[in-house]
Design a protein around this ligand. Structure first.
Ligand code: ADP
Ligand code: ADP
Length: 231
C-alpha cells in the first residue's frame, strides 16, 4: 500500500474559499513525487493538512494504511515526515550545529546533544556529499548551502519522507544541479521525496511521478515518461 494517501480531500477555509476539492494524492515509498500547479492551485493547503496545520473539511488521510490525524508539525516529524521550507528557518548568527540542536524537542528517538549533532552532521555530510562545515556560521553560507543545512536538519530529526517546498526557487542553476544530485542520493538510501513546484520542466528531470493540481483539484498523476509526450 502507499506510504501516504490522501483520499477525496476537500478543504474549505472559514472565508469560504475551496482550496482543495476532492483531492487524491498517493505517495509510494522510495519515489520522488512532484506536486505541480500554479500559484493558488492548492499545493500549500495540501501540505498544511499533512503537517497538521490545517484540518481537512472532508476526506481521509492514511499513513502506511492507517488513518492518520496529525495535530501539529511535531506529530509529522515523529512519524518521519519532514518539511524543507522555502524560506529557511535558520538563525543566521548561529553555527550549523547550533541551528540543528535548536528547538529540538525530545522525540521518539530521544533528544540529541551538541556533540551528537556534530557527529551526525559530519557523518551525513560525508554520506550525501554535502560538504557542510558543522561550525560555519549560517550567515556566511551561500543560499544553496543553507538549503543543505535545512535538509540535514530534517534528516537528523529522523525524516524518511522529505517534503521540499519550491526548493529551486532561490537556487542558481548550478545549485539546482547539486540539489538534484543530492535528492537522487537520498532516494538511493531509501528516502521518499515530495517536490512541490510550479515548473513542470524541472520536475520532469528529477521526479518519478507527478501529480498535477489546478484550481484546487488534482488533474491526475503521471509518470515522467507519460509527461515527455505532453507539454
Ligand atoms: P498554492 O500553494 O498552490 O499556491 P494555496 O494552497 O496556497 O495554493 O492556495 C489555494 C487557495 O486557497 C488560494 O485561492 C488561496 O488564496 C486560498 N487560501 C490559502 N490559504 C488560505 C487561508 N488561510 N484562508 C483563506 N484562503 C486561503
Ligand atoms: P513556508 O514558509 O514553507 O510556506 P509555512 O508558513 O507554510 O512555511 O509553515 C511553517 C510552519 O511549519 C511553522 O509554523 C513551523 O512551526 C512548522 N514547522 C517547523 N519545522 C517544521 C518541520 N521540520 N516540519 C514541518 N513543519 C515544521
Amino acid at each position: 500500500s502507499p506510504l501516504l494517501e490522501m483520499r477525496n480531500i476537500t478543504k474549505v477555509y472559514p472565508n469560504g474559499v475551496v482550496a482543495n476539492s476532492n483531492v487524491n494524492f498517493s505517495l509510494v515509498e522510495g519515489e520522488i513525487h512532484a506536486i505541480v500547479g500554479e500559484n493558488g492551485a492548492g499545493k500549500s493547503t495540501l501540505m498544511k493538512m499533512i503537517f497538521g496545520m490545517e484540518e481537512p473539511s472532508e476526506g481521509e488521510m492514511l499513513l502506511a494504511g492507517s488513518k492518520m490525524r496529525f495535530r501539529s508539525p511535531q506529530d509529522a516529524i515523529d512519524n518521519g515526515i519532514g518539511m524543507v521550507h522555502q524560506h529557511f528557518m535558520l538563525v543566521p548568527s548561529f553555527t550549523v550545529v547550533q541551528n540543528i540542536v535548536l528547538g529540538m524537542e525530545p522525540t521518539k528517538g530521544g533528544s540529541i546533544n551538541y556533540k551528537e549533532a556534530v557527529r551526525m552532521t559530519e557523518e551525513l555530510s560525508a554520506k550525501y556529499n554535502l560538504a557542510i562545515d558543522p561550525h560555519a556560521k549560517v550567515e556566511n553560507l551561500s543560499v544553496g548551502m543553507k538549503q543543505k543545512v535545512e535538509i540535514l536538519k530534517v534528516l537528523i530529526r529522523g525524516a524518511k519522507v522529505l517534503i521540499l517546498d519550491e526548493p529551486t526557487a532561490v537556487l542558481t542553476p548550478q545549485e539546482t544541479e547539486e540539489l538534484f544530485r543530492e535528492l537522487k542520493g537520498l532516494k538511493r538510501e531509501g528516502h521518499t521525496i515530495v517536490f512541490i513546484s510550479h515548473k513542470l520542466k524541472e520536475v520532469k528531470e528529477i521526479c518519478d511521478r507527478i501529480t498535477i493540481m489546478r484550481s484546487g483539484k488534482t488533474e491526475g498523476v503521471f509518470t515522467t515518461s507519460d509527461m515527455s509526450e505532453r507539454d
